[in-house]
Design a protein around this ligand. Structure first.
Ligand SMILES: [Zn+2]
Length: 338
């Protein structure tokens, strides 16, 4: 049996702070503000949230003037004016209420396309504020809670440094070259590494069907149903140091629908059913004396139980690193296992 592991609240919180493609530092500012604000009720009104939030942003602007990936931001301009004493706190608060929360409250709980358990509810319409949930109070009680403030701060600094140098904070991610129909990755030296050369070998087991939904796929590229090489454990985990995701044991062939875009797997963790399927697939390579046999044995273990333990530990590590409430499944799929 494989075990479907659920991440803890502190893991969800860290995922919010550590993951995702931020276009502005407001998520860090909100996380920091929530940890700092000593609310005497679960409701925090926007007028009470706005000033500490804006002051956190203003303080960071003093160190690093780049706080959004876009060229300009009206809200940041008001924070700068506050720093240079052109406007007072009341004005900063008013502008923060108006301009500071445009996306951050909506997007706060979204991690890699998934909604994680909520630390607050958005009640701006009815109550002119947000309501802290039980999750938030539980989080503060966790043994890790004293670290959260430092973690937000250090992640924020790293992020602003990266964007001011023009480097992606998530340096290592899967890229799709639509023209050559190829997925590739960048290694730490920023060199492009193709991961699409294993198609022929992988197809031996899958026999022309998508690993996830069983739809017919073509190895030959350039057709509507041409396949993609998919990382079972998302490529994103490469930077986590948990595993080498570019190895054969972790690569499967998937239809475009399962691999990419809306409803696609992309950076998510697949449902446990597919871990069984991956285990079966790897065992097949070993037992059938497939050309990839030695590779799989070297990468995952000599015995069946070694290989199973290997996959379980990868799964646990992946769930910790990319937490989400729901594991990914294709919309239409064959029945795999009960
Ligand atoms: Zn599919």
């Amino acid at each position: 049996m494989f075990i479907d592991k659920d991440p803890s609240l502190s893991t969800y919180w860290r995922a919010i702070v550590l993951l995702g493609n931020n276009v502005a530092s407001y998520k860090f500012a909100l996380a920091k503000t929530l940890l700092e604000v000593q609310a005497d009720s679960t409701l925090i009104r926007m007028e009470d949230l706005a000033l500490p939030f804006a002051l956190n942003v203003a303080q960071h602007l003093e160190h690093n003037d780049k706080q959004v990936t876009s060229k300009s931001s009206k809200f940041l301009d008001y924070c700068r004016q506050y720093n240079s004493e052109q406007i007072a706190q009341d004005e900063l608060r008013a502008q923060a209420i108006k301009l500071g929360f445009v996306n951050v409250i909506d997007a706060f709980h979204k991690v890699s396309g998934n909604e994680v358990p909520r630390f607050f509810e958005d009640k701006r319409k009815d109550e002119k504020g947000i309501i802290l949930t039980d999750n938030f109070y539980q989080l503060l009680k966790s043994s890790q809670s004293s670290n959260f403030g430092y973690e937000v701060e250090s992640r924020w600094r790293l992020w602003e440094t990266a964007i001011s140098l023009g480097i992606s904070p998530n340096l290592i991610q899967v890229n799709a070259d639509i023209e050559s129909n190829e997925l590739f990755v960048h290694n730490p030296e920023a060199r492009r590494i193709s991961i699409s050369s294993s198609r022929d070998a992988l197809n031996g087991y899958q026999k022309g069907s998508c690993f996830y939904c069983s739809k017919d796929i073509l190895i030959e590229q350039g057709y509507e149903n041409s396949c993609d090489v998919d990382h079972f454990f998302p490529h994103k985990l490469k930077s986590s140091g948990i595993m080498n995701v570019d190895q054969v044991w972790n690569l499967v062939l998937a239809c475009k629908e399962c691999n990419r875009g809306e409803g696609g797997k992309f950076e998510r963790i697949a449902h446990l059913d597919f871990l069984y399927a991956l285990n079966d697939r790897n065992n097949y390579y070993v037992e059938s004396h497939h050309p990839l046999r030695e590779t799989i044995v070297n990468q995952t273990g000599r015995t069946e139980s070694d290989r199973k333990a290997f996959l379980q530990s990868m799964y646990n590590g992946a769930v910790e690193a990319i937490p989400s409430k729901e594991k990914w499944k294709p919309r239409l799929r064959k029945e795999l296992r009960e």
